[in-house]
Design a protein around this ligand. Structure first.
Ligand code: BJ8
Length: 422
């Protein structure tokens, strides 16, 4: 990493703690990532992004702010990026995937809370995340109880706009509520940026987000090849980087990687040859949460695809065509996001059907269901997911864990037994 101390200091980071965080990442990344064999050449760009994780991209965000642009932090794939972009803002996904900041969060928050929420809260409290420090505003949502209440705490120090996500998407009232929420976000973004969002601006932003989603979709389609042209660990990293990288550059690099994966597929070239293919479903894995993928891919299996928000849920229905009026375009955007099958909805049959169909389409011999500890909605929905998979004759294992490394051995033993069985 270059010398960014002055920049980090300017953002109010705790430099000593930040240095230890970077030290841990610098130790883990080569072990988990660079040691993989036969990686596509296109992964070099994503390795570079990680090597500059708190450097170059943060610098770009600050340069954007200097020119009058805004930086907005988000925590969920329900927040329409297009609207932030149309207001000249850059959206950055801020979900926390690191164990490092959890003890900081537990000084305030209950311990029996999902690690994703604790991780991000701890980052804010301990001042160790330059992305959070660079944000002009955060956009939260009412997806799960833990998040809902944490916005109230964060609001005491930061500017937080909360979108109300309905809970029953089939009702027309739910659609109307969500469309209204999307319009409120537009208004809030106009106030923050001092810029009017026109239909043309929104159409321009859509062409960028459509392009990004299509590139990810293309990469996933290439992953249907057997042997897998890219490891699940690498594909997960690409998805995680999608949440904060420059949209144009990311799309170009992901398309190049997808083209390479397609070529590998045609030539029958891949990674982890002879491994059993599995689909991962469940809670998202924010960067640098690579734990489950590492366990799977060192236990004789390869992750063929992910039905998660750091996977296929992020780019479902990739293309939204702009309407003739601003209102029409906003409705189309709202409707696309409302289709996201998150476990916060009741019922959520569409997700359960998706898990079964993805397992078949990506030719998975089994499904690994991932539940972050204390995430009640995914844990309880998991019972129905298991039932549907069993009915379809697809073997499934449910893994409930957090970010700690204490259960790695136990997880590896369970995974090896599952892989043996499928
Ligand atoms: S659309 S999955 S990104 S809410 S924070 S629900 S793990 S207890 S992240 Fe999510 Fe949006 Fe849904 Fe996707 Fe559970 Fe933790 Fe809550 Fe979580």
């Amino acid at each position: 990493m270059g010398t960014y101390d002055t920049m980090w200091e300017g953002l109010g980071l705790d430099l000593r703690r930040h240095e230890s965080l970077m030290g841990i990442l610098g130790e883990f990344y080569p072990m988990l990532y660079l040691s993989q064999k036969d990686r596509p050449k296109g992964m070099e760009y994503f390795d570079f992004v990680v090597s500059e994780i708190h450097g170059l991209r943060v610098k770009e965000l600050l340069e954007h702010k200097k020119k009058g642009g805004k930086v907005v932090g988000t925590f969920c794939v329900y927040v329409p990026d297009e609207i932030l972009m149309a207001a000249g803002a850059i959206g950055v996904g801020l979900c926390g995937g690191a164990e490092f900041s959890i003890p900081d969060a537990e000084k305030t928050l209950p311990r029996d809370l999902c690690p994703l929420i604790k991780s991000v809260y701890g980052f804010k409290d301990a001042k160790i995340c330059p992305y959070l420090q660079a944000c002009d505003m955060l956009v939260g949502e009412t997806t799960c109880d833990g998040k809902k209440k944490v916005w109230e705490l964060l609001k005491q120090e930061l500017d937080v706009h909360v979108m109300e996500v309905p809970q029953k998407k089939v009702e027309p009232e739910a659609r109307a509520l969500w469309r209204a929420e999307v319009r409120k976000l537009l208004k809030r973004m106009e106030e923050l940026s001092g810029r009017r969002i026109t239909n043309e601006k929104l159409a321009e932003a859509l062409s960028l987000t459509n392009g990004k989603r299509k590139a990810l979709d293309r990469l996933y389609m290439a992953r249907r090849a057997d042997p897998a042209p890219i490891s699940g660990k690498d594909a997960l990293l690409v998805s995680q980087i999608a949440f904060y990288d420059d949209v144009r550059r990311f799309t170009e690099k992901t398309n190049a990687l997808a083209a390479e994966a397609e070529e590998r597929g045609e030539k029958g070239k891949g990674v982890l040859a002879g491994s059993k293919r599995v689909l991962v479903t469940g809670t998202p894995m924010a960067i640098p949460n690579w734990k489950l993928h590492h366990v799977i891919e060192t236990s004789g299996a390869v992750v063929a695809a992910e039905e998660t928000c750091t996977g296929a849920r992020y780019f479902h229905n990739p293309e939204v065509k702009p309407g003739r009026t601003l209102g029409e375009t906003l409705d189309r955007i709202a409707d696309r996001y409302l289709e996201t099958p998150c476990a916060c909805f009741t019922p959520n049959d569409r997700r359960i059907e998706n898990v079964v169909s993805m397992a078949r389409e990506w030719n998975a011999a089994g499904v690994v269901q991932y539940v972050l500890k204390f995430c009640q909605i995914y844990s309880i929905e998991g019972i129905l997911v298991e039932k549907a998979l069993k009915k379809a004759g697809i073997p499934v294992i449910t893994v409930e864990t957090d970010y700690g490394m204490g259960d790695m051995e136990q997880l590896s033993t369970r995974m090896a037994a599952f892989v043996e069985m499928i």
